[in-house]
Design a protein around this ligand. Sequence first.
Ligand code: HEC
Length: 126
Amino acid sequence: MMRLFLAILGLFASLSLAGCIGDNTAQAYNVSTGGDAHQGRKVIEAYGCGSCHTIPGINDARGLVGPPLYFMSRRTMIAGELPNTPDNLVKWLKSPQSIEAGTAMPTLGLSDQEAKDAAAYLYTLK
Ligand code: HEC
């Protein structure tokens, strides 16, 4: 009887632990950009964003041309131009020149999905 009780207890413990881990992952990575943060890390590396920006968690991203991208999830504004919403961040990443003509950030040609993925990664920076 005791063994059965312990087995059931163990089962509940592992179920609730799995539940917790699942929730945290969802919160950390499925930000409402429609993108995927893991993919976004690759996009950021592939486009060389780190040559201009210091970006936590990205190899060799120590650029000093643009602002460091710490705390992107907590910024009020994007480039001092747009309220920091997922849609606006995606828009900025796809087409900074159309938002702020003459900014030193070039329009790099990110696809819709690449911009959403990169934005999802940036929103993991708390
Ligand atoms: C040639 C340099 C350069 C490259 C490459 C570049 N950026 Fe930028 N970025 C800038 C500059 C300069 C600004 C500041 C723009 C402004 O405020 O006018 C900026 C601004 C930003 C901002 C707004 C930051 C803030 O503090 O509000 C984000 C987010 C950003 N860049 C992300 C990226 C990502 C992601 C990539 C790669 C896909 C990238 N940048 C590539 C130069 C660059």
